[in-house]
Each structure stands twice: as C-alpha cells, then as structure tokens.
Design a protein around this ligand. Structure first.
Ligand SMILES: Nc1ncnc2c1ncn2[C@@H]1O[C@H](COP(=O)(O)OP(=O)(O)OP(=O)(O)O)[C@@H](O)[C@H]1O
Ligand SMILES: [Mg+2]
Length: 338
C-alpha cells in the first residue's frame, strides 16, 4: 500500500471573535493523502476551506485556535507541538502553503531573492549565500522564471510571475504536503493552466510529495486532482475520486454543486444547471442536526435534530447523510427522468 503523506483525524479548530464567540469553521475533519496523490477541496465561499488549510499546518495564532484532533505528516504527529518548533521544523518543509492571494503576499520593499534567504534562515539551514542563490536559480528556472528576477522587487514583476515567485518560495524546502489555496483564480486562463501544470510537474518529479488544491472552480479540479472532497459549513460532506465526484455525487449538496459544472471532455453529458437555493448556516450557531438540512430538498424533520453519520461505501468513498446510497440514487434517477 502506498505511504500516507498526510493523515488528519477529527480535526476541529475555531475562531474566537472579539466578542468572545466561538466560530467552528473546521469541525471534525478527517482526511488522508497518499504519496504522489492530490486532493481537491471544493465548497462555497465561507465553508472553511482556507481555515482548514491553515489548521492543517498545526500553527495556530489568535483568533484561530486548535480544539481537538490529530495531524500526522509522513508518520510524524505534529499535533500540539510548540509553535516555535512548528515554525522551524514543520512549516515549509513538512507542509507548505500557497496563500489565496499569493501574488500580493510578497513584501514590495524587499528583493525577491531575500524571501528565499529568509526561508533558509528561519529553518536554520546551513548553506552559503552562493549555494542558496544556485538553488534559488534552479527552482526559478523550473518555474520558468529568469534568474535576474531574484534581484528585482516583486512590484517589478507581472502578476503571473509574482505568483510563481510565491510558489518557488513556498516549495523551496521540498514539502511533503503542499497546499495551494485558490492557486490561480486571480490569473487569466492561460496563466492559470500554466500554474497548475507547474505544480503538478513539481509533484511528478518528486519535489513535492503530495498536494491539496483548494478552489471554487470545479472543472479545474476535475482535470487536476486525483480525489475531490466537498466541504459544507466546516464539515466534509463527501469524498471520492474526481471522476466519481463529478459524475456520480451522492450527497445532495455535492450533487447541487457538481451539477453546475460543464466538463468539455464529456460534451455529450446533459448538464442541468441548478443553483442551490438558500444560504449556509451561521457557524456561530450551527444547527444541531445536518448542517445542510435547511437547504436540502430531501430533508425530513429528523435531519434537523440527528447528528449525521459518515457513511463509507466503495473504495475510499464517504458521505455524510442519513439516507442510504440506494435511496439517494433512486430519487436522483427519478428526478433525471422528470
Ligand atoms: N478571523 C476570523 N474570525 C471569525 N470568523 C472568521 C475569521 N476568519 C474567517 N472566519 C469565518 O470562518 C468561516 C470560514 O472562512 P474561510 O475563510 O475558511 O472560508 P473559505 O471556504 O476559504 O471561503 P472563500 O472561498 O471565500 O475563500 C467563515 O464563516 C468566516 O466568516
Ligand atoms: Mg478561502
């Protein structure tokens, strides 16, 4: 069996607002990724994707707080480590993060090469300036960046180049898990595709051992990741292979989300575009039962009060609902025939 690069068990984290209220944005999330594999995370704005990304690094600072659960990277449990230890031994090398607004993440007053030097210093890596420069130039070349970009300020570079600089800086220590949060949404389509190709290439040549892609753009995930997980109101509602999730989603929310996808490769598919009516619940006061019940057309009174089971079926597939797969498929088939 392939080696697990990331294992997350029942991770719960919360924000504490200035008013002292708890916001449970990541609620009992479990997931794993094998070496060489990529996982996409999809879900509406505010469902907790970025908070999950931050939480997975095991590095918490107010207003985000760890509550419970475990994070294991390549067999090494990083839960509960001292933040200083996490900064020196986990961030960048075990798990690296490309933030959502990556191209604006660079301090404009510093030269690009300095960011790489900073990473080396933070990790107390003993390398001469010349060695660091050579390593940086090599990584830049891999990402299609000229070596002299290292001597420029980020403002002198185009948006696409800045994005690639952030990728170079984030991955310079060859992380075991790379999390790319909306890696390309601010770029034009050609640059988006290029960024994704580069990230995948880094995994193929073994510089990055596994990857998580977070995006709203589901068609993008379909072509990019091995598996897809759908998140709703801080919880995972379904996981499967990218193909299963696009063509055979089981959870009513995944189905709603996936139905708006157009997959050009499968042009013959009859796609019904349907927005899901309603809005997600307030995470300060999440409902007692199923969090999607308010918006679910199949919900019964029970769904509003009962905790939803996480059902495993098929290989590595899970969904969170109290209806059986058979019953769900039956209602879907009926609807498709209407
Ligand atoms: N600093 C904060 N304090 C309190 N609540 C917060 C804070 N930051 C985010 N939240 C809440 O946590 C929830 C999850 O936010 P998060 O940014 O993780 O969502 P997201 O899925 O990444 O959204 P998007 O797709 O817009 O990037 C939201 O309901 C948000 O209001
Ligand atoms: Mg986000």
């Amino acid at each position: 069996m392939a080696k697990k690069m990331l294992e997350v068990k029942q991770l719960t984290t919360k924000y504490i607002t200035r008013q002292g209220e708890d916001v449970y944005s990541v609620d009992h999330v479990s997931l794993d990724i094998e070496e060489g594999k990529s996982l996409g995370i999809a879900g509406e704005s505010g469902c907790g994707k970025s908070t999950l990304a931050l939480s997975l690094m095991g590095y918490y600072f107010a207003p985000l707080h760890y509550v419970s659960g475990e994070i294991i990277i390549d067999g090494h449990n990083i839960t509960g480590l001292d933040p200083d230890v996490v900064r020196k031994t986990v961030l960048g090398s075990e798990v690296a993060y490309i933030p959502q607004a990556a191209m604006n993440a660079l301090n404009p007053t510093r030269k690009v090469g300095k960011f790489i030097e900073d990473v080396m210093k933070a990790h107390e890596i003993k390398m001469s300036k010349k060695e660091v420069r050579e390593m940086a130039e090599e990584r830049f070349a891999l990402l299609g960046l000229p070596a002299d970009a290292l001597d420029k300020h980020s403002v002198e570079l185009s948006g696409g180049m800045r994005q690639r600089v952030v990728i170079a800086v984030s991955t310079i220590l060859n992380p075991k898990v790379l999390i790319a949060d909306e890696p390309s949404s601010a770029l034009d389509v050609t640059s988006q595709k290029m960024v994704i190709k580069m990230l995948k290439n880094m995994m193929e040549i073994g510089l990055v051992k596994s990857m998580i892609f977070i995006t709203h753009e589901l068609p993008l995930l379909y072509n990019v990741t091995d598996d897809i997980m759908v998140m709703y109101a801080g919880q995972i509602v379904e996981r499967g292979t990218a193909h299963e999730m696009v063509f055979d989603p089981v959870h009513p929310y995944s189905r709603g989300l996936m139905r708006s996808i157009l997959v050009p490769e499968e042009g013959t598919r009859d796609v019904k575009l349907t927005a899901i009516p309603g809005t997600p619940p307030n995470l300060k006061h999440p409902p007692q039962g199923c969090r999607f019940a308010e918006r679910c057309r199949y919900a019964t009174a029970n769904c509003r009060y009962q905790a939803m089971p996480i059902v495993e079926f098929g290989e590595g597939r899970t969904y969170r609902c109290n209806m059986s797969v058979e019953d769900l498929k039956e209602v879907y088939a009926r609807e498709d025939n209407e």
